[in-house]
Design a protein around this ligand. Structure first.
Ligand SMILES: *Cc1c(COP(=O)(O)O)cnc(C)c1O
Length: 361
């Protein structure tokens, strides 16, 4: 007897969705959490008090401003969005990726990205019924420009996603190669600058040069992951189309008020980002000094490293047993033997290095 519930699921759920694996978030309770590129620093106490005061004024019985106008104006200034370019806000940049893909998902349409990269591009493309084409990066995780140019011609993608810097590899791709890709692309190119606070470069000022370029940012990696606020900058002609399928109240009132407040105190966040960049260099040096560990240079708030001569998965598990959670990327392919650690507060980085020392013993 076939299970009647299972038969209904098989009959109704799209096969692409059935084949997907849900985005897995491990339980980090009780562990030093260095797996998700979060900013380790809470807001200073005096800021927290002022922030809570601000939240008291929010009328949660009313719908939020559907265009989050005050927040958008503040972001426009803060992010140095070129004049003439528009902004669209999302419930995290994840939602913006989903909206872009939903708008482009004609039958047979292709989304393309160099891989390995942020997994949501492929997951969401598949979820909306597009075909996802991943073009392998070169051995040093640089763009394989010839392969990408060939893939543009062959697959004619509606959109290309480029994470700048890339996750999980941490490097900035060659900007000249990116510009040649934007010029050659038959569709949109989305520069995902989620790690902008740690990167020291951006395509924001190049928006005016290309009519198929969009630049995406998020407040998540800078210390506001819980608020869920992503930002898409580009021409009003594109954003106007995307805006039609954005849910009208996607940025809730508490997020709008909190993000407005945070932007008034951006110096605090910038100081934290500076601290994280300095600690990233220390962590890189400490990793490079360990035998059998090969860290990759990073322009983000995490470091990818390869474990030589032993199982990286075993090292990952030993770290967890010693109370430290990082990200295991060890699987057959270009990331075989690789783990990724977020740059935490100094004490967390020390705990990680001590646990890694013990795991390697
Ligand atoms: C973390 C991350 C995001 C997601 O950001 P949210 O705004 O939290 O949804 C987007 N792109 C890349 C490359 C990321 O690493």
């Amino acid at each position: 007897m076939p299970d009647p519930l299972q038969s209904k699921i098989d009959a109704l759920i799209r096969s692409e969705v059935r084949a997907l694996k849900a985005y897995h978030v491990p339980d980090a309770r009780g562990l030093v959490k260095l797996d998700a590129m979060e900013n380790p620093y809470p807001w200073p106490e005096e800021l927290r008090a002022q922030w809570l005061e601000r939240l008291r004024e929010v009328s949660v019985n009313r719908y939020p401003d559907p265009h989050a106008r005050v927040l958008a104006e503040r972001l426009r200034a803060q992010l140095r969005v070129p004049t003439g370019m528009e902004l669209m806000l999302g419930n995290g940049s994840d939602e913006l990726i989903q909206i872009i893909l939903l708008a482009l998902a004609k039958p047979g349409a292709v989304a393309l990205a160099p891989v390995p990269t942020f997994v949501m591009y492929g997951l969401l493309a598949t979820a909306v019924g597009m075909r996802f084409v991943g073009v392998p990066l070169a051995a040093n995780f640089a763009l394989d420009e010839a392969a990408l140019q060939a893939a543009l011609r062959q697959h004619q993608p509606a959109v290309v996603f480029l994470a700048y810097p890339n996750n999980p590899t941490g490097n900035l791709f060659d900007p000249a190669a990116i510009e040649r890709l934007i010029a050659a692309a038959p569709g949109l190119v989305v520069l995902d600058e989620a790690y902008h606070a740690f990167a020291g470069d951006s395509f924001m000022d190049r928006l005016t040069r290309y009519d198929n370029l969009l630049v995406m940012r998020t407040l998540s990696k800078q210390g506001l992951a819980g608020l869920r606020l992503g930002i898409l900058a580009g021409r009003k002609e594109w954003l106007g189309e995307f805006d039609k399928i954005r849910l009208p109240y996607n940025i809730n009132s508490l997020t709008q008020a909190s993000a407005e407040f945070a932007l008034e105190h951006i110096d605090s966040f910038d100081a934290q980002a500076r601290r994280i960049r300095e600690d990233r260099e220390r962590l890189y040096q400490a990793l490079a000094a360990l035998p059998d560990i090969e860290p990759y240079l990073s322009r983000a708030n995490f470091i990818l490293f390869r474990v030589r001569g032993r199982s990286a998965t075993a090292v990952f598990q030993a770290l967890r047993e010693h109370g430290v959670l990082i990200k295991n990327l060890d699987a057959p392919g270009p990331l075989a033997g690789c783990l990724r650690v977020t740059v935490g507060a100094p004490a967390e980085n020390e705990a990680f290095l001590a646990a890694l020392g013990r795991a390697l013993r």
